[in-house]
Design a protein around this ligand. Structure first.
Ligand code: FPP
Length: 236
């Protein structure tokens, strides 16, 4: 159970293990991604129910393009289908969708679907669902540094004036508080180029549970553990 203590404002999730879940059951990898979509839907409902302000899901990384072509194609189709299908529920739950990642290189129908749902939900004031799509943490930092360099060249900013706030404001997550808690499923103990700047003081919570098996009770367990930790942000 989630206690009466404050729930974290922002939880980010690296949803890993769809492929292994499917392979372990003798199914094609894409069956794991389909189950992964169901787990993501359950997570949005649970996050909404407990009053999280921000939920970030790592749906597709810039490195994921290196997967076999048919898996990439199926993932794109699945994302396109899911995004339209989920719109009514996002609206009824007052959830706003935002996307972080590079828009370039995303197949047009997928891009269109995402833009449509981002637009339709833009005035919703409940949970903000941040979908990391075609996202890479180093790419995000490069894009930010380039934007700041352009401002310096234009004479709008002195290099010595550049502060953490300037960098934060140039990231895709501008205006969104850093994650309080980062969850990774499937037993891997790495960050995989996710939110590199933003997780400086984020609490990490890893589980061996594969993403399709990760349910609301696992989220509540992670949050309960988080609530027992003392965050010092480098202090004592
Ligand atoms: C990890 O499993 C998952 C992904 C590559 C991302 C795809 C995620 C989904 C389809 C969940 C749905 C999300 C949304 C927001 C629609 P993996 O293939 O890396 O698993 P493996 O490590 O076992 O191979």
């Amino acid at each position: 159970m989630v206690r009466a203590q404050p729930v974290p404002a922002h939880v980010a999730v690296i949803m890993d293990g769809n492929g292994r879940w499917a392979t372990g059951k003798g199914l094609p990898r894409v069956a794991g991604h389909r189950e992964g979509v169901k787990a993501a839907r359950a997570m949005v409902r649970a996050a909404d129910a407990i009053g999280l302000r921000f939920l970030t899901l790592y749906a597709f990384s810039t490195e994921n393009w290196n997967r076999p072509e048919d898996e990439v194609t199926t993932l794109m189709r699945l994302l396109e289908e899911s995004i339209y299908r989920e719109l009514p529920e996002l609206m009824s739950r007052n959830v706003r969708l935002r996307v972080i990642g590079r828009p370039t290189g995303v197949p047009l129908p997928v891009r269109r679907g995402i833009d449509h749902v981002v637009h339709e939900t833009r005035a919703n004031t409940g949970l903000t669902l941040l979908m990391a799509f075609n996202y890479g943490g180093r790419d995000e930092l490069l894009d930010a540094f380039r934007a700041l360099a352009r401002r310096v060249r234009a004479g709008d900013l002195e290099p010595e004036q550049i502060s953490e706030a300037h960098v934060g404001g140039a990231l895709y997550t501008d205006g969104i508080p850093d994650p309080d808690l980062l969850i990774r499923t499937s037993g891997e103990m790495r960050i995989s180029n996710f939110l590199l700047w933003q997780i400086a003081y984020t609490e990490l919570w890893m589980t061996t549970t594969l993403w399709p098996d990760f349910g609301p009770s696992d989220l509540y367990r992670a949050i309960a553990d988080f609530q027992r930790r003392t965050r010092r942000f480098g202090g004592v």
